[in-house]
Write a protein that binds this ligand. Structure first.
Ligand SMILES: Cc1ncc(C[n+]2csc(CCOP(=O)(O)OP(=O)(O)O)c2C)c(N)n1
Length: 678
């Protein structure tokens, strides 16, 4: 059942649609003018569409921007941020004062250049990198349908609206996303396309001749084109889209910079202030005599009334859910609760205990499969998936049913070969709330997902990327599939936890860290090949410390061998070989650099020791020097891998216990020499 459109505002007949829309236009024009930078053209062009959407359809309540059953509004064309800020101000979001609008793009303001999630109440997701918003919205719309299937219309029944421009639709990501949305028949997703035929370089005909309507229709969407400046046509199209059994595209033919006599319809309106002269002419052309940032009382009144109307919908939702839901801890509230349930903690403890006793000799991807199986029932809001590598990533729990267009009660998403859309959709799912999404692919394809992973890190959302086949250890598939630079490049993203566990226990602990960290995404880099267990279970989660001592020689250290993942066991073998030569080598496992960096200086010093250090990782060196210092050496890859069995590759590329031991002896020798000379 779909809630009817809101009644049209008629209480203040002297305020016309044009005045309502012009309020948005001039707040955008004046804020960009004051900031001396920004994008006035898009808000001016889409003001009519946004006015109709917010005044007649969007279910929202500025008094509670995070109310779970609100409609989601995603400004995929994030450069038009002033459109959103103007709407937040006009409809009465408390934090969006006129001073914030005047501080557009300035330090500390709630009005950064592009909308930022977590920074500005009312912003549902960070946008700016074109294409991300529409793909994230697909995740939100998917989460809405999945939650609806579980809890029903009384609890979850809302739309996801997107404003996307030509740029968003040109991005390859948009294609993955619309294809997935069409396949899953996400009929609560409505994209309002700012079809102004202009981008930065000029007319879109310079670079694009897609028939967007045909393209969306071919992907299973409803699609139609309307005049984006005709309020009746806009309302009728949205009405129709809301009743559709599939996602909808409304191509709104608009004029960029609408109303600016010398700029409208041209790329000159896209991304620069109009200039005082043109602003004056626009005021005259649109009959808007009011000074900058000043709005007629009746207009602001009308907008505030629109903002206030959502209260009733929210109250009715609270009332409904309270009625349906007599126990204080319902499954619905459990799903929305970001803390993990006690049953999860027990399941994870069981898992770690079992690995500790069995000490299995298995690939970390297999250990991950066992962990997922072990916790899935205790964590019903865990939402799995893979980009068509389920049987390689081992990401599907026994109890997970696949989500299909006709079965939205499932817990596993076959994302298809769409890594980027998977990563962006996972962001949307996490932002929507109700699920902890994870998704799998090969580590070497992390690059296909990277822009969405970066946004997850920037927004601080909990998504878990399961990336298997994490080194040359995958063997015969060869260098195209063997990641060498990916660990270093992912570690370079701030607020992204990159885990490379070395055995089953570490894999369980890495999963535990990823699930418990609410404000960071994680990547679990897992081996294809079997790895020996090197740790007993029980006790504290040692992966949570980032790095820790696995082997401590008696009588002090001569050298510290630091390794990650599949190379920890190589370091342990090297330490044993060195011991036969009376060299005392400690072994440190370092499954997560980011968490190690967060430890106290004392702890780090204790783990690393005051002796030469050797790093071992079947990847390029990246920022290992930080842990190894000047006196250390790195044993790893210096270029791409090759196609051969894994043991051959390790031998040929010199990542062996012998090589580590030789490196250790060399460093110890150098350090003793230096000490003697001093
Ligand atoms: C991934 C990405 N590439 C490039 C840009 C830079 N950029 C910002 S807006 C824009 C043009 C977008 O054109 P359109 O969506 O038609 O916006 P309009 O000109 O209508 O405002 C570009 C290339 C970006 N923000 N993101």
């Amino acid at each position: 059942m779909t809630a009817p459109a809101l009644s049209r505002i008629a209480s203040c007949p002297e305020v016309s649609h044009a005045e309502m829309a012009n309020a948005i236009r001039f707040l955008a024009i004046d804020a960009v003018e004051k900031a001396k930078s920004g994008h006035p053209g898009m808000p001016m062009g889409m003001a009519d569409v946004a006015t109709v959407l917010f005044s007649q359809f969007l279910k929202f309540d500025p008094a509670d921007p995070a109310w779970p059953d609100r409609d989601r509004f995603v400004l995929s064309a994030g450069h038009g941020s002033m459109l959103l800020y103007a709407l937040l101000h006009l409809t009465g979001y408390e934090s969006m004062t006129s001073d914030e609008l005047k501080a557009f793009r300035q330090w500390g303001s709630k009005t950064p250049g592009h909308p930022e999630y977590g920074h500005t109440p009312g912003v549902e997701t960070t946008t700016g990198p074109l294409g991300q918003g529409i793909a994230t919205a697909v995740g939100m719309a998917l989460a809405e349908r999945l939650m609806n299937a579980r809890f029903g219309d009384d609890f979850v029944d809302h739309f996801t609206y997107v404003i996307a421009g030509d740029g968003c639709l040109m991005e390859g990501l948009s294609h993955e996303a619309i294809s997935l949305a069409g396949h899953l028949r996400l009929n609560r997703l409505i994209v309002l396309f700012d079809d102004n035929e202009i981008s930065i370089d000029g007319a879109t005909s310079l670079s694009c001749s897609d028939d967007q309507l045909a393209r969306f229709k071919a992907s299973g969407w409803s699609a139609k084109r309307i005049d984006g400046h005709d309020p009746e046509a806009i309302a009728a199209a949205i009405e129709q889209a809301r009743a559709s059994d599939r996602p909808s595209l409304i191509a709104c033919r608009t004029v960029i910079g609408f109303g600016a006599p010398n700029r409208q319809g041209s790329e000159k309106a896209h991304g620069a202030p109009l200039g005082a002269d043109e602003v004056a002419k626009t005021r005259a052309a649109l009959d808007w005599p009011h000074p900058p940032f000043q709005l007629p009382e009746a207009v602001i009144q009308q907008w505030r009334e629109i903002g206030a109307r959502g209260q009733a919908a929210r109250r009715s939702w609270i009332e409904r859910t309270r009625r349906v839901n007599s126990s204080p801890r319902s499954p619905f509230h459990d799903a929305l609760n970001r803390n993990l349930p006690c049953a999860y903690a027990e399941a994870m403890t069981r898992m770690r205990g079992r690995f500790g006793i069995e000490r299995p000799n298995i690939a970390t991807r297999q250990a991950s499969q066992l962990v997922i199986d072990g916790i899935a029932e205790a964590l019903p809001n865990l939402l799995g998936g893979s980009a068509d590598l389920t049987h390689s990533n081992l990401t599907r729990a026994r109890t997970h049913q696949p989500v299909r267009p006709d079965f939205l009660g499932g817990s596993y998403i076959h994302y298809g070969v769409r890594e980027h859309a998977m990563a962006a959709a996972m962001n949307g799912i996490a932002l929507h709330g109700g699920f902890i999404p994870y998704g799998g692919t090969f580590l070497s394809f992390a690059d296909y997902s990277r822009p969405a992973i970066r946004l997850a890190a920037l927004m601080g959302v909990r998504v878990v990327h399961v990336m298997t086949h994490d080194s040359i250890g995958l063997g015969e598939d060869g260098p195209t599939h063997q990641p060498v630079e990916h660990l270093a490049s992912l570690r370079a993203i701030p607020n992204l936890l990159v885990f490379r566990p070395g055995d089953a226990i570490e894999t369980a602990e890495a999963w535990d860290c990823a699930l418990r960290t609410q404000a960071s995404p994680s990547v679990l880099c897992l081996s294809r090949q079997a790895l020996p267990a090197f740790r007993g279970g029980g006790g504290a989660n040692l992966v949570a410390r980032g790095a820790y001592v696995v082997v401590e020689p008696e009588g002090g250290r001569d050298v510290t061998l630091i390794a990650t993942g599949s190379e920890v066991s190589i370091a342990i073998q090297a330490a044993k070989a060195l011991a036969t030569d009376d060299v005392r080598a400690a072994v440190v496992s370092a499954p997560c650099f980011d968490l190690f960096r967060q430890q106290s200086r004392e702890y780090r010093a204790e783990v690393l020791g005051d002796v030469p250090k050797i790093g071992v990782e079947a990847a390029v060196e990246g920022d290992w020097a930080r842990w190894l210092g000047d006196g250390g050496e790195f044993v790893g890859m210096t270029g791409f891998g090759a196609s051969a069995p894994a043991e051959t590759l390790y031998r040929e590329f010199g990542i062996t216990a012998d090589a580590v031991a030789s490196s250790a002896l060399r460093c110890i020798g150098r350090s003793r020499m230096a000490a003697t000379c001093a």
